[in-house]
Design a protein around this ligand. Sequence first.
Ligand SMILES: C[S@@+](CC[C@H](N)C(=O)[O-])C[C@H]1O[C@@H](n2cnc3c(N)ncnc32)[C@H](O)[C@@H]1O
Ligand code: SF4
Length: 467
Amino acid sequence: MKIGITGISDEKLRVPLMHIANLFFENSLIKFNELEDIDIKVSLEDKFNFASPRERKYAILRKFLEILQEVTGRTQKWGVLTGIRPTKLWHQMVREAVPHEVARNLIKADYLITDEKLAMLERIVDRQLEVVPDLYNLKGEVSIYIGIPFCPTKCAYCTFPAYAIQLNKDLVSEFLEKLHMEIRAIGEWLLSKGMAVTTVYFGGGTPTSISAEQMDALYTVLYESIPNIESVREITVEAGRPDTLSNDKLEVLKKWNINRISINPQSFHEETLKAIGRHHTAMQTIDKFKIAREYGFENINMDLIIGLPGEGVTEFKKTLNQLEELQPESITVHTLAFKRASDMTLNKEKYRVAGDDEIEIMMQESMDWMAEHHYEPYYLYRQQNILGNLENIGYSKRGQESIYNILIMEEVQTIIGLGCGASSKYIHPESGVITRYANPKDPKAYIENVDKYTTEKLKHLNDLFRK
Ligand SMILES: C[S@@+](CC[C@H](N)C(=O)[O-])C[C@H]1O[C@@H](n2cnc3c(N)ncnc32)[C@H](O)[C@@H]1O
Ligand code: SF4
């Protein structure tokens, strides 16, 4: 869609205006003061005096959004909010002790977020502060993320580091050897600083795609390296793909007191699982979940995705109803995102997905189902190119929230990323300024350069925590 804008021609606004336009139309093009070869003409007069460039920018974006909402008859529930974590806005208000009514009005006026979404933010932040009462005082500790970049197969929607394990067998042991070194180096640093670790999260990829022996060796190194590991509040392992889970692996997870695991259906619809290349059946998910229960896992998360190819309200409801029998402690409801480099995006014509209206119905169905079954929302985030411009919401039964998920979303403490595709996020303990450092996604690059990555990481950490 080509949108001709008159009244302003500010290059700095081109990208934010395009982001807003893309919420309504695919691949929008913004043309300033060109009225030929355009599909829509929008007049954005810039005649007011604003206190700051930011105020001017948001006034223009709001006006643009309102015009497009009128033209299309579609409301954007998140208004002009892009690129900022919604819950962080509410946390900021809480930290500044802004009364709730005032906070609501300020956020609404700034971003045009709907009352429904605002109420959700308020509820989630309240919940997070209940679960982690010291959330704003954790800057003196760190959490650790460990990325294992292997999976049985690559799912069509996914752009996480996920190399097919059978095709990369030679790399696995070398990768793990280097990862052990990286964990030990960070362990020594933690010890030297007397630094406490709040949570540990194994993600990827699928951390249970390596063998039971390899998992055992990895957790041995973790336990040997992290000082006072018994005080870590939560250790999660993404066992996401049920086709990776075996009894011996569950035994290893139990042996090392992994207190939270994920077994992810995404959907319980067989045809969908085939279409997205999951290579496991719905029955396998159910069986592995039941076996994990027999092994005594009392905190199991399940991930779902709204809007998978070929799925509408009927299929999604079937998936929700299947959860009724299983009753996992937490459920994360994602909305399908067309990530730039995914197979699904590159071959978009092969995948038929529901329209925005149906996506919204499914989102509402999930919210109603969660409320009815006593799951409460406790974290939320949005992504680019997400269907219906909606969001991902983590729900849990009371007391079963993932602390790591809250910490990573709200950016309240440094998270050290180890392994492949792991991004370290450094939060300055005094100023709160955030800097990032990414390990490579590719195992070969990781294996070759791990010394460099470890040295640079330690330098960052020493700069951050000088004492
Ligand atoms: C890092 S992935 C790994 C989980 C695990 N390997 C698995 O597949 O079960 C975490 C979750 O993100 C979600 N996800 C990944 N790509 C997505 C996409 N393009 N759109 C929506 N959700 C996505 C899936 O629900 C997935 O379980
Ligand atoms: S199993 Fe998980 S990490 Fe691996 S490709 Fe599929 S969604 Fe991505």
